[in-house]
Design a protein around this ligand. Structure first.
Ligand code: AMP
Ligand code: TRP
Length: 328
């Protein structure tokens, strides 16, 4: 079976873009593949955090992912710091990645530039830990957004270098990027991706927000003034975004959906209804999970056991390839 691995940071709240562009694909994948999903709390530490912050966000993210349909019986869902092999292999891969390679990473350049007070060394070596996440599971496919492709390429390069230095050890993974239609844009600035770091939240739909707010945000979405409903992401980004969202929620093709509408008003209210009906059951499940955090913690502990049973032998294999003195 194909091994699929992806990771998500416990920072910020999940939004509709995360759901339609990533999490929904994971939910489908878990039925066909051997899927492993990791909440990468150690990666979250690359920018300064206050005590307890990452832990609280980790629980919340786990609850949200389960509410969205990740089923810990079908997939492996776990927390990175619960499986110590990640940090260990991370170190070894830091020693097999070059300074120059890491220095070329776009995310490093962006994030270190934005970080004013303190740029951690971990932010620089971040991709080596990400490579460890992936390689520990003999991963074939890594479903990620476009922005992560460079990190997956680096993972392959480091794995190939390691294999040629020490002998065949790692499976070479490849990135799987969802098709363009799965890109959800900001409702106020439809040329920007919907993002948790947007300046105002008027353009972002959070999965946990009050649904009356969700409907309002969609009804106030920026369109244009030519009053024609047509699929044209470049020329009509606002209208096309609504068609894209409605299409993603209803399983219809956005281009043909356009034929059903003459005016923006009905398109907006149908889109709002579709999003609200999609989020309603997710929120109901989230409420249940929040009322019993022990249950989620139990599922995460089980997930970590499953993850460890794959990761531990791969780390052992790696140490053997390098030829470190074995433990007596
Ligand atoms: P991020 O929120 O940037 O950490 O991304 C987590 C996952 O959600 C990644 O796989 C992204 O590619 C995906 N994602 C984030 N924002 C969007 C968006 N606006 N549309 C589609 N997918 C997104
Ligand atoms: N760097 C990824 C992001 O910012 C998160 C991540 C960490 C990841 N480890 C991973 C993604 C392994 C895929 C595979 O979105």
């Amino acid at each position: 079976m194909t091994r699929v691995f992806s990771g998500i940071q416990p920072t910020g709240d999940l939004h509709l873009g995360n759901l339609l562009g990533a999490v929904r694909n994971w939910v489908t994948d878990q039925h066909h593949n051997d899927s492993v999903f990791c909440i990468v709390d150690l990666h979250a530490l690359t920018v300064p955090k206050s005590p307890g912050e990452v832990g609280a966000k980790t629980l919340e993210l786990a609850q949200t992912l389960i509410a969205c349909g990740l089923d810990p019986e079908l997939c492996t869902l776990f927390v990175q710091s619960h499986v110590h092999q990640h940090a260990e292999l991370g170190w070894i891969l830091q020693c097999n990645a070059s300074f120059g390679e890491l220095n070329r990473m776009t995310q490093w350049k962006d994030k270190s530039g934005r970080q004013k007070e303190f740029v951690s060394a971990g932010l620089f070596t971040y991709p080596a830990l990400q490579a460890a996440d992936i390689l520990l599971y003999d991963t074939d496919q890594v479903p990620v957004g476009e922005d992560q492709v460079q990190h997956i390429e680096l993972t392959r390069d480091v794995a190939e270098r390691f294999n040629s230095r020490y002998g065949e050890t790692f499976v070479l993974p490849r990135a799987v990027v969802p098709t363009a239609g799965a890109r959800v844009m900001d409702l106020q600035i439809p040329t920007d991706k919907m993002s948790k770091s947007a300046e105002s939240d008027a353009g972002t739909i959070l999965l946990g927000e009050e649904l009356s707010r969700t409907a309002k945000k969609i009804k106030r979405a920026v369109t244009d003034s030519d009053n024609e409903v047509r699929w044209d992401p470049t020329g009509k980004p606002g209208v096309s975004n609504l068609l894209g969202i409605l299409g993603a929620c209803t399983g219809r093709d956005p281009e043909s959906l356009a034929d059903d509408y003459q005016q923006y008003g009905p398109l907006k209210s149908d889109t709002a209804d579709a999003v609200v009906s999609m989020l309603e059951p997710i929120q109901a499940r989230l409420e249940e999970l929040r009322s019993d955090p022990g249950e989620t913690n139990r599922l995460l502990a089980q997930g970590a056991d499953k993850a460890r049973s794959v990761a531990a032998p791969v780390l052992e294999r790696t140490l053997t390839s390098i030829g470190l003195q074995p433990r007596a």
